[in-house]
Design a protein around this ligand. Sequence first.
Ligand code: HEC
Length: 174
Amino acid sequence: MIRHIIAAIATLLAIWAMVFMYQLDRESERFKQIRDIIEKTKMEVPQAKTSTPPIQQIEEPVSVEEQMKKEEDEVAKKLKSLRERAGSAMAFKVSPMYKQKCSSCHGVNGEGAVGPKLIGRDQAYVYQALMDFKSGKRKNYVMYGLLMKMSDEDLKALSKEIGTFEEKMKAAAE
Ligand code: HEC
């Protein structure tokens, strides 16, 4: 049934295209005749000026706030669905700070979700990453916005904790 409808539409389109081409042909024929007449009478046809002043392309600078908002919206959307799934998958206990500030994106045990997996990252790596996000050396508006409001002690504590995730996960698996 659907195939017949598609075939019918295709046929109609083909016919329409043919009619269109035919009319185009006649039109151009008529234009040629008019041009010939003008040629014969040697009349000067004033040429319409087609050159329009160049339109300046103004590139809207994307503000940092806009960019931040966009990324935050995207993350918020993913988070909503993740929050619904998370919760029961916990293999070991984490600190309230990790749970509250990081688990939504990096997983209840750092297994990764919106944000990358943190299990297996040692303390030094995590601390360096956090410092780089906070200073803007490593650009990520989500992490930056989050860390901006956190103290160095918090970052150190979190790095230390995340550094133990791999061991804890192994212990939990046994
Ligand atoms: C809203 C989501 C979100 C939250 C909340 C969040 N992160 Fe992230 N995190 C990300 C994303 C996305 C990246 C990847 C950024 C990139 O690599 O540019 C990331 C990257 C990282 C990295 C680097 C990982 C790597 O493999 O290099 C570390 C470490 C990290 N986050 C730690 C944390 C800690 C600690 C917290 C809690 C204070 C936290 N994150 C909270 C989204 C989040």
